[in-house]
Design a protein. Structure first.
Length: 133
């Protein structure tokens, strides 16, 4: 959720998409003006509830999917490559995510982080022009 103009809005709401979208498109434009490199968006894997209780809403996975969907739409509209981390960490869908390696349901711990980084580099490196690697 985000607090906008004094009220909380959900990542699944049209208001959130408008508010967040303006900021993200501004950032994409800022980067484009400063580099000729191709840009990619890395989508996070769907978040999963863990033992953090009240810190995680019951609909955490749904909210996470809203953000992922929105990012995919923005990336495609902006002509950016999309790399979906879920292809690596959730091969069988959101019910098959490697939850044990994400104590907070989102961020990867030390055990799997090197494998995630290696997988990402393998997806990003081919997108880099030969003379810039």
């Amino acid at each position: 959720d985000a607090k906008v103009d004094g009220r909380w809005i959900s990542p699944c709401s049209p208001e959130f998409r408008r508010w967040y979208g303006t900021g993200q498109r501004t950032r994409i434009q800022f980067i484009r003006e400063r580099t000729n490199a191709g840009l990619s968006v890395v989508l996070h894997a769907p978040a999963q509830r863990t033992g953090l209780g009240r810190l995680q809403p019951d609909d955490l996975t749904e909210r996470s999917e809203c953000v992922r969907e929105w990012w995919r739409e923005v990336a495609e509209a902006e002509g950016l490559d999309v790399i979906d981390l879920a292809d690596f960490t959730c091969p069988g869908g959101s019910d098959d995510c490697d939850l044990d390696s994400r104590a907070d349901g989102i961020h990867y711990g030390n055990e799997i982080a090197p494998s995630v980084a290696t997988w990402l580099i393998g997806r990003i490196q081919p997108r880099i022009p030969e003379g810039r690697r």
